[in-house]
Design a protein around this ligand. Structure first.
Ligand code: ADP
Ligand code: MG
Length: 617
């Protein structure tokens, strides 16, 4: 047998190695920005074309490179930042592995111009797919500029895996922000396809955060500060009542490096415990300073995961720091979070006659209370049984008070409504069976063969999804005109995101126009999104869009329609009137796919009489 093992050609080896460092344009943005910071720059400029696929340019005013270093910088394992293995545990620079430039040059066309401070001449280098094309002396400004062009020009398969520009741009913005959050003493600018995305002057940290996230964040931030022998923690957390339904705004930085750490995330979330309604995520931006020998950064090429020598101590310190910050600022839980973040929408169509809800919540009722009150409620239940009232009325009396004079009308209307609709709904409802809400979460109703439990939030999302999707497909996104058009200023990130998909957003029923800066003029909102605050609606939608799962299951349009449906839907915890429940159930069963919500989660479960009887065996 002949020998079969060969050494790979260097260019192939380089391309393979590059795969670890360069996954997408954002990886290059990160590496180049970090190199600029490591070079001591006080001003850094980032320019992208086509979300970085065509061009990523980074210009800094840092210390520059000598002619020989400029060439060396592109060699694998070439670094000025460490010399021996022990140095690994003292690094204070962002880079140290000496592989970023080599990797980038293996999969793109790279041009470099650099000049050291005080030198008369600089260096100009062109490299393409690891091959040196040009190396000459040149006139250039002090500092360094990189142009990375046509990423993956020589690896078409990897180019194919890149996502659309909106997605890739978002990753680039994320990386940019992570660096900008940690270096508020450095001035940054960022433009994309000729339009300015961020211009960040040097500023104190709080101002930098507000520049990046938007001015309304100023009042949401609560400072955190805790100094111990092991770690110094500083930064900000968001007030609990500004927590969002998505976890986009959570950042840990260790020695000015963005890291991900689910264990430490748990510490912060525990500190917030009970201050947040379930499914809400607070903003945090926590900076830890720790002796470099206490951590190991070298466990991942992109260095977003690090090891702590004493992770449990850091956990405890973080938890205490956040708790103290919350306590110091005397932030007590606001009872009604849902009002703040959720959008209350009635599933009833405009023009439809709606009975004014006649139920009054018994404010004293607490299902968990163990004192006399509960026995009051229970005695209501027993009384009801004696009087032979129908079962759902009994149930309501436990938690709700029904005003006697309106009860008749209410029942009447409800029964009529159900009768009218039985023909349209394929479900074989049990006659006269009422519809009732369980824990403000599910809608229950009997059928001839058992009963249905409907998840109110998922059901409404399915209904809205089908509406919005149909509108987008037919281009008839019909909107509700605003009486007074609003100008809405978004954070730069959100602005750029919306701008890149404005046609589809408008097809959904928004009527957005660019209005200069990061401001849109909003003339209308999607129909069926209810009469909520237009700004909140738009912000909620952007929030949902940003956190769209990166799945191949849905087309871009479907994702948008789901995002809008999630934004506008009824939520768990929302009380529904009888007509609202009836309407929702009816609409659900008119859907093409009534039984499934997003990602095929069930909207409805059925319990057959058989199953029920089994339970009572
Ligand atoms: P690392 O950052 O891990 O050292 P890189 O491949 O990113 O590896 O960079 C290699 C070397 O090139 C760096 O160690 C540094 O000396 C030099 N270098 C890279 N970018 C710059 C820059 N913007 N300004 C000055 N020197 C730079
Ligand atoms: Mg580097």
């Amino acid at each position: 047998m002949p020998d079969i093992i060969q050494l790979l050609p260097e260019s192939v080896a380089n391309q393979i190695a590059a795969g670890e460092v360069v996954q997408r344009p954002a990886s290059i943005v990160k590496e180049l920005l970090e190199n600029a910071i490591d070079a001591g720059a006080t001003s850094v400029k980032l320019i992208l074309k086509d979300a970085g696929k065509t061009l990523i340019q980074v210009t800094d005013n840092g210390k520059g490179m000598s002619d020989t270093d400029a060439r060396m910088a592109f060699e694998r394992h070439a670094t000025s930042k460490i010399k021996k293995i022990e140095d690994l545990f003292h690094v204070m620079t962002k880079g140290f592995r000496g592989e970023a430039l080599a990797s980038i040059a293996a999969v793109a066309q790279v041009e470099l111009k650099t000049k050291q401070q005080g030198a008369t001449l600089g260096t100009h280098i062109d490299i393409e797919g690891s091959k040196l094309k040009l190396h000459e002396a040149t006139q250039t400004a002090e500092g360094t500029s990189f142009w990375v062009k046509n990423l993956f020009f020589n690896v078409p398969a990897r180019r194919y895996f890149l996502k659309n520009d909106a997605v890739e741009l978002r990753h680039c913005i994320d990386e940019f922000q992570r660096v900008a959050f940690t270096h508020s003493d450095v001035e940054f600018s960022f433009s994309h396809n000729g339009a300015e995305v961020f211009t960040l002057p040097r500023a104190p940290l709080r101002q930098r955060i507000v520049h990046l996230l938007g001015s309304r964040y100023n009042e949401r931030l609560v400072p955190v500060e805790e100094s111990t022998d092991i770690v110094h923690v500083s930064g900000y957390i968001g007030k609990p009542d500004t927590a969002k339904r998505t976890r986009g705004e959570q950042f840990f930085f260790v020695n000015q490096r963005f890291i991900k750490n689910s264990y430490l995330n748990h510490a912060v979330m525990s500190a917030f415990e009970e201050l947040l309604p379930s499914g809400h995520f607070p903003l945090y931006m926590l900076y830890m300073e720790i002796a470099p020998e206490q951590i190991d950064i070298n466990i991942h090429p992109t260095k977003t995961e690090i090891k702590f020598r004493d992770e449990r101590a850091v956990y405890a310190i973080l938890l205490a720091a956040v708790r103290r910050a919350l306590g110091r600022h005397n932030i007590s839980p606001t009872l009604d979070f849902e009002q703040e973040t959720a959008i209350n929408i009635s599933p009833i169509r405009a023009g439809q006659e709606v009975q004014i809800p006649t139920l009054r919540v018994n404010a004293d009722y607490n299902p968990f209370e163990t004192t006399e009150k509960k026995s009051d409620a229970l005695s209501g239940w027993f009384n009801a049984q004696e009087k032979g009232q129908s079962r759902w009325q009994e149930m309501m009396q436990i938690g709700l008070e029904v005003k006697p004079e309106t009860k008749e009308k209410f029942l009447d209307q409800n029964n009529v409504a159900i009768e009218e609709r039985t023909e349209q709904i394929a479900i074989d409802w049990e006659e006269d069976s009422p519809t009732f809400q369980v824990h403000r979460k599910y809608i229950a109703r009997a059928t001839r063969s058992g009963m249905l439990m409907i998840d109110q939030q998922r059901a409404h999302q399915r209904v809205l999804f089908e509406k919005y999707f149909a509108q987008m497909e037919s281009g008839t996104g019909y909107s509700q005109q605003l009486l007074f058009p609003e100008t809405i200023t978004l954070s730069q990130t959100d602005f750029v995101l919306l701008q890149s998909m404005i046609d589809d957003v408008n097809a959904l029923g928004f009527e957005l126009e660019e209005f200069g800066g990061s401001t849109f003029k909003l003339n209308g909102t999607p129909a069926d999104a209810g009469s909520t605050d237009a700004q909140k609606l738009l912000e909620g939608f952007v929030e949902q869009l940003k956190n769209e799962r990166n799945s191949l299951q849905y087309t871009a349009r479907e994702k948008m329609a789901w995002a809008m449906a999630r934004t506008a839907s009824i939520r768990h915890g929302q009380m529904l009137t009888q007509p609202e429940m009836t309407e929702l159930v009816q609409q659900l069963f008119q859907c093409n796919v009534p039984y499934a919500a997003e990602y095929n989660k069930p909207t409805v479960i059925t319990l057959s009489l058989n199953q029920l009887e089994q339970q009572f065996r």
